[in-house]
Design a protein around this ligand. Structure first.
Ligand SMILES: Nc1ncnc2c1ncn2[C@@H]1O[C@H](COP(=O)(O)OP(=O)(O)OP(=O)(O)O)[C@@H](O)[C@H]1O
Length: 242
C-alpha cells in the first residue's frame, strides 16, 4: 500500500538526512519505526506526509505515484499525520477539529468514543479552544484523536507516547491494538517504547538516514532488546567497579 523508492532528503544547507530509503508497507499492518535520536524517523514521516519535499526518489501510495502531490492532496488520498509536536489552532474548538477531521458533524456519543480512545473525557474538552490553555499532553492526545477520526488508509503517529501519562498511554496502546484487529488501515507509528514495539506486526529500524533493519516483530524485537543489553552491560559493570 505504501512503497518508498530510493527516498533522499537533504536540508537546504546541503547535509544529507535521508539516504536512499527503500521500504514497502503492507495493507492493514501496524508498522513501528524506531531507532536512535536524530536518525531520520520524523524526517521520513514528514516526507511521506508531504510536509517536506523530497530531494530524490518516489512515493507510491495505493498504486499511485504521489511524489509531486502536496500535503492536502495526499490527505485527500487517505494519508493522515499526527505531528511529534502538535500545532495549536486559535479560534478552533476541539469539536471543530474532530468534525473537520471526520468530514462530518459528530454527535456526543461519537465525540465521547473518539476522545475515550486517547483517555480523555469529551464533555470536559469539546468546547475548549485549541490554544495555549491546553497542556502539552492534552493537545497531543486531541491531535491523535483527530487522526483517528480521519479513518485514513494510512495513519502516521510520531512518538504518540511523548508527554502522555501512563494511564492514557495504556489506553492508546489498546486503541492501536483495536485498530489493527479491525484492519481498517495501515498504522505507521514512530516510537521508542517497548510496549508499542511489542504490538507491532513489523519493525523498521532507522539510523543515520538509512533503514538498518526491517522485518516481523518476532525477528527484530529480540535483536533490539539484545543490543540494548549489550550497550547497557559494560556500563553496569563499570558502575559496579566504582
Ligand atoms: N529542517 C532541518 N534543518 C536542519 N536539520 C534538520 C532539519 N530537520 C531535521 N534535521 C536533522 O536531521 C536529523 C534527523 O532528524 P529527525 O527529527 O528526522 O530524527 P528522529 O529520528 O525523528 O529523532 P528523534 O528520535 O530524536 O525524534 C537530525 O540530526 C536533525 O537535527
Amino acid at each position: 500500500m505504501l512503497k518508498l523508492e530510493h527516498l533522499a532528503w537533504s536540508i537546504p544547507g546541503g547535509e544529507s538526512i535521508i539516504k536512499d530509503i527503500d521500504l514497502e508497507l503492507g495493507e492493514g499492518k501496524l508498522v513501528v519505526v524506531t531507532g536512535p535520536n536524530g536518525g531520520g524517523k520524523t524526517s521520513l514521516a514528514k516526507l511521506i506526509a508531504g510536509v517536506e519535499t523530497l530531494s530524490g526518489g518516489r512515493i507510491i501510495f495505493d498504486g499511485e505515484d504521489i511524489t509531486d502531490m502536496d500535503v492536502t492532496q495526499r490527505a485527500k488520498k487517505g494519508l493522515a499525520y499526527a505531528f511529534q509536536q502538535p500545532v495549536r489552532f486559535k479560534g478552533l474548538t476541539v469539536r471543530d477539529m474532530l468534525e473537520l477531521a471526520a468530514g462530518k458533524s459528530l454527535n456526543e456519543g461519537e465525540l465521547c468514543a473518539l476522545m475515550g480512545k486517547v483517555g480523555l473525557c469529551a464533555s470536559e474538552y469539546i468546547d475548549r479552544e485549541l490554544n495555549a490553555s491546553l497542556s502539552g499532553g492534552e493537545i497531543k492526545r486531541i491531535e491523535i484523536a483527530s487522526v483517528l477520526a480521519r479513518k485514513a488508509k494510512l495513519s502516521i503517529f510520531d512518538e504518540p507516547e511523548a508527554g502522555i501519562d501512563l494511564w492514557s498511554f495504556a489506553r492508546l496502546v489498546e486503541t492501536f491494538e483495536e485498530l489493527r484487529a479491525k484492519s481498517t488501515g495501515t498504522l505507521l507509528v514512530i516510537s521508542h517504547q517497548e510496549r508499542i514495539l511489542s504490538i507491532a506486526d513489523e519493525i523498521v529500524v532507522i539510523a543515520d538516514g538509512k533503514v538498518r533493519q526491517h522485518g516481523p516483530r518476532q525477528e527484530i524485537l529480540p535483536q533490539l532488546l539484545a543490543n540494548e543489553h549489550a550497550v547497557r552491560c559494560p556500563l553496569e559493570k563499570e558502575s559496579a567497579i566504582v
